[in-house]
Design a protein around this ligand. Structure first.
Ligand code: ADP
Ligand code: MG
Length: 340
């Protein structure tokens, strides 16, 4: 079925690039009121995502869900996406929903946690039926892809679209930020910089497909869970930028990191100059690749899983540096800085 998913994505991408008025032309506007809330929940938010795990005894429909944690650790995280802050206000609701789930789910992958279920709090501005359908379909596709069942939530109205997701998973061996060791190699699961490159041209028909996909279809790297759980000493997902997120590991673990920029993958750079691609790869956020630190004895196994080495950890107190051909690189910012 991989080919079918890829075909439907390509058709969808083309429609988006050409900005065909496929989805929302003549959309019927819903006048939201409290009485509609339950039918909206039933029609658009029930039964979404992967099948409900056996630990969940009761999902959507009652005042709360019931789950009985099994053995191992219960891992959870919450993420909010706000229109105008985390995504463009006029973006398609399918894309917004997909991205919100992908970003939230990635935190589970970063802890080496197997995905289980999610809850969703959504604030809806005035909208049409087709927009709500698109939101529901985007949620469903991304939740299924991540392996999360939607088991509860809250639906409200407000002036802007806001999507908050809690994601829950299990792990026997969760991998933290604070357990990196001096002498570890720094390894990354794939190219970075594409999503932030896309951000500058999301509205542009010239935006390369791989960039567009990196921004709008973030995929938690659940395909790498067993390698991360088995071999990584520490792990983080790259949401703010490679250097910024590496600094979180370094500060939590009291080590320094040295990145060799000549080992950074810029094969995606298209028309960008190599230097600009390096800058985006090191400081641009939103790609949701995994950044791990690994004892050198596990390098071959991590490499076989799809990671590649980009630097190493040394003794220190949380500093991150990058060099290229022996020259230190200077960046005005390590990555995206949270405003609040
Ligand atoms: P209450 O008023 O008791 O909080 P609600 O009427 O808000 O209950 O919700 C009814 C049921 O629908 C609950 O099981 C809740 O978890 C679920 N629910 C509400 N909104 C959503 C949503 N956006 N996504 C998933 N489940 C939802
Ligand atoms: Mg209640």
């Amino acid at each position: 079925m991989q080919w079918l998913a890829s075909l439907s994505f390509n058709v969808y991408y083309l429609v988006r690039r050409l900005r065909l008025p496929l989805f929302f032309a003549n959309d019927v506007q819903l006048a939201y009121d409290g009485a509609m809330e339950f039918s909206i929940i039933k029609q658009y938010f029930s039964g979404l995502g992967a099948s409900v795990p056996k630990e969940v005894e009761l999902a959507i429909g009652d005042d709360a869900a019931i789950w009985s944690p099994g053995a191992g650790h219960h891992i959870m995280s919450v993420d909010t996406a706000v229109a105008g802050v985390h995504f463009p206000v006029d973006a398609n609701w399918y894309d917004i929903a997909y991205r919100a789930v992908g970003c939230a789910a990635s935190d589970l992958a970063a802890m080496a946690a197997k995905p289980a279920f999610a809850t969703l709090a959504v604030t809806l501005p005035n909208h049409g039926v087709k927009q709500l359908e698109a939101l529901s379909q985007g949620l469903d596709a991304a939740l299924k892809h991540a392996g999360l069942a939607l088991i509860g939530g809250d639906t409200t109205s407000g002036s802007h679209l806001v999507i908050t997701l809690t994601v829950h998973g299990w792990s026997d061996t969760p991998v933290r930020r604070s357990t990196a060791r001096e002498g570890d190699l720094v390894m990354v699961s794939g190219p970075t910089g594409l999503a932030s490159a896309a951000l500058t041209m999301l509205d542009d028909a010239q935006c390369p497909q791989s960039w567009w996909q990196a921004y709008w279809r973030p995929q938690g790297r659940f395909d790498l869970l067993s390698a991360v759980a088995q071999y990584a000493n520490s792990c983080i997902d790259i949401s703010d930028g490679l250097l910024a997120d590496l600094q979180h590991i370094c500060q939590a673990s009291a080590v320094n990191a040295e990145i060799d920029a000549d080992l950074i993958d810029t094969s995606w750079r298209e028309h960008l100059a190599q230097q600009q691609a390096i800058q985006l790869a090191l400081t641009g956020g939103d790609d949701y690749q995994l950044l791990c630190t690994v004892s050198p004895t596990n390098e071959v196994a991590m490499h076989a899983a799809g990671f590649h080495s980009i630097g190493k950890l040394t003794a220190g107190d949380g500093q991150v540096s990058a060099h290229s051909q022996g020259q230190a690189l200077q960046f005005s910012q390590l990555g995206y800085q949270h405003q609040s």
